[in-house]
Ligand binder design. Structure first.
Ligand code: LMR
Length: 333
């Protein structure tokens, strides 16, 4: 399967590398897996608008949402091959290409809020982590937010014992695998585009995601209960093919960097609202019951997931976890 994807991607890459006239715009194909009306979808549209404006049309950004071109893992391979130029995969999805350090963002309850997250992404650790992408043929341009994850299933999820024996779809992160194993559940890695159907047909029993992803994928229509856990974070690394980016005329690259900076501020400035709006929409449909945990129930969930930190230290290193936690407590500047 992997070979097939790669072969298809190289055919696409060759097709797009055909001769270009001098005044043809430079095309940036931006592929992603979520809907347009999500924090990532909106930030990608903003980048398109600004990059095209600042370069006076010398750059054309083609945004392909909803896994139209590639699913989760394939899109990273396609980027490395140059079949697309830009992506924004979640932190959880870089392990399979050999950059497991971003999984530290998946640790349960490591981030109390978005302001704390910003201290990490805007600080030295954020910069250091982006550098790990360069040997993989990509440059990390920005951190984009989605928000905090909630748990859903057709069974009420109130205490850790409720998770026992249930199958949960996860992104391809070993931290998330450890998280569900510690709850006695069975984690199953699956592409985002396949989650709705897997829930509908009972291939998996539950999943974790942000309100905006749950709403735009209609997961609430096939999950009777969603528990407000806010136990983990989903955010993205905007990555660009290094060869492509380094090969851009410097003035064009500068304009695109400016567009990225502004699109990032825009997207991150409204991610919270988009998730709040999605929650309100889900409530309106009345299709899922939204469950709130008491402080005691919340504490029991935190306790059940604590051993994940030990499991993960073996994978990403205790040093990285300590550095991350230290920066969450540090000053913003
Ligand atoms: C997921 O796979 O659940 C998310 O990473 C999808 C996304 O890009 O928000």
């Amino acid at each position: 399967m992997r070979k097939l994807v790669l072969a298809a991607a190289s055919v696409v890459a060759i097709a797009f590398a055909g001769p270009a006239a001098a005044d043809d715009p430079i095309v940036i194909k931006f592929s992603h897996v979520v809907a347009t009306n999500t924090p990532k979808g909106q930030a990608a549209e903003k980048f398109k608008e600004l990059a095209e404006k600042y370069t006076n049309g010398k750059v054309k950004v083609e945004v392909y949402p909803n896994s139209q071109l590639y699913k989760d893992k394939e899109e990273l391979e396609a980027l490395q091959l140059g079949a697309v130029q830009m992506l924004a995969p979640s932190n959880a999805k870089f392990g399979p290409i050999g950059v497991k350090e971003f999984e530290v963002f998946d640790l349960p309850y490591i981030l109390p809020d978005l302001a704390t997250l910003r201290k990490v992404t805007d600080g030295p650790l954020g910069t250091k982590l982006l550098k790990l992408l360069e040997p993989k043929g990509m440059i990390g341009l920005a951190y984009w937010d989605n928000g905090f994850k909630q748990m859903s299933a057709n069974k009420k999820l109130i205490e850790p014992a409720d998770y026992k024996g249930l199958k949960f779809r996860i992104q391809s992160s070993k931290v998330l695998e450890a998280q569900f194993r510690n709850l006695g559940a069975i984690p199953q890695v699956m592409a985002f585009s396949e989650v709705y159907q897997a829930l509908q047909t009972g291939v998996v029993d539950g999943q974790e995601n942000t309100w905006s992803n749950i709403y735009t994928q209609k997961m609430h229509e096939v999950q009777k209960y969603i528990t407000t856990t806010n136990h983990g974070y989903i955010g993205y690394i905007v990555v660009v093919n290094k060869k492509f980016w380094d090969g851009l005329p410097p003035d064009i690259r500068e304009q695109c960097e400016k567009a990225m900076k502004e699109a990032t501020a825009y997207g991150n400035g409204q991610s919270q609202k988009e998730n709040d709006d999605a929650l309100a929409e889900i409530k309106k449909t009345g299709k899922s019951e939204i469950i709130a945990l008491t402080p005691e129930q919340d504490a029991a969930m935190r306790k059940a997931m604590e051993p994940v930190y030990k499991d993960v230290a073996k994978r990403v290193g205790q040093g990285l976890i300590d550095e991350f936690v230290k920066e969450t407590k540090g000053a913003t500047n």
